[in-house]
Design a protein around this ligand. Structure first.
Ligand SMILES: Nc1ncnc2c1ncn2[C@@H]1O[C@H](COP(=O)(O)OP(=O)(O)OP(=O)(O)O)[C@@H](O)[C@H]1O
Length: 254
């Protein structure tokens, strides 16, 4: 099957720093690819390039076979709607003046179609309640503003909002890093469940090797902007692992 996402020999430099240095990868339909690496390894730069928030120096990003590099105007806008991202800090994802109902429904309103195909049709409020139900939040959340919710609750609303427009590809960029440890596992379980139920194609970025292994069948390891290792979930502890991957494993075993 042809890949949903293909990145070909991507390079992005900032002055002398080669933040992404010749990365190639693919994500298949319904697959979640893990991207793991320490701080400064290039994970966020790679994510920004694939989300078209940053223009690479060279290389290509193809979504369902169509290049995103160099798109402008309406074509760029249309592509961005097909890519949804959940960032580390849920607080920055919401306008503090809007209720969760207003924030949650905004992408659907822009799309001009108030009901995703995976929930039963209804009024906007009913659809919003069904979306909240998917992320295990009560309907009372709808009338609250971001300041009245916990970080974990906000991140759940951010996840519901991102999946509501049925993106071609989801990018999870350290989605649990700012949450309490006790909440992190619950959000990861939720993501895993949604991914399986809705067949979402995704990239899951984290410095946390165990989170990446939990979420992704296949993962790549970034170091200095380059892919230094690639492993299937079951192969993480194999003898043949790159020394840098073994170092990451040791960090998480300590
Ligand atoms: N806008 C920028 N201007 C200059 N240098 C940058 C910029 N963005 C990233 N870099 C540099 O590019 C390299 C990769 O950074 P990047 O943020 O992509 O790594 P990361 O793996 O996402 O790190 P973290 O986990 O800390 O976010 C680093 O050396 C960083 O200092």
């Amino acid at each position: 099957m042809s890949p949903v996402l293909e990145i070909r020999d991507l390079v992005k430099t900032y002055g002398d720093v080669r933040a992404v240095d010749g990365v190639s990868l693919t994500v298949g339909p319904g697959e979640c690819l893990g991207i793991v690496g320490e701080s400064g390894s290039g994970k966020s730069t790679l994510a920004r390039c694939l989300l078209t928030l940053e223009r690479p120096d060279s290389g290509d990003v193809l979504l369902e076979g169509r290049s995103l590099v160099g798109l402008r105007g309406g074509a760029l806008k249309e592509s961005r709607q097909r890519l949804q991202v959940v960032f580390q800090n849920p607080a920055s994802s919401f306008n503090s003046k809007l209720t969760m109902f207003e924030s949650l429904m905004e992408p659907l309103r822009i799309r001009g179609d108030v009901c995703p195909s995976f929930v039963d049709p209804g009024t906007p409020r009913e659809v919003a309640v069904r979306l909240l139900d998917l992320v295990q939040l009560p309907k009372s959340v709808l009338d609250r503003k971001p300041g009245e919710l916990s970080g974990g609750e906000k991140q759940r609303v951010a996840i519901a909002r991102a999946i509501s427009v049925e993106p071609t590809l989801m990018v999870f960029d350290e989605p649990t890093a700012s949450l309490d440890v006790s909440i992190q596992a619950r959000v990861l379980n939720l993501l895993q469940d949604l991914k399986d139920r809705l067949g979402i194609s995704a990239v899951f970025i984290s410095h946390d090797l165990s989170a990446v292994q939990f979420m992704s069948e296949r993962s790549i390891v970034l170091r200095g902007g380059r892919i230094v290792d690639e492993f299937h979930r079951d192969e993480l502890f194999d003898d043949g692992r790159d020394s840098y991957t073994r170092e990451l494993i040791r960090l998480f075993e300590d």
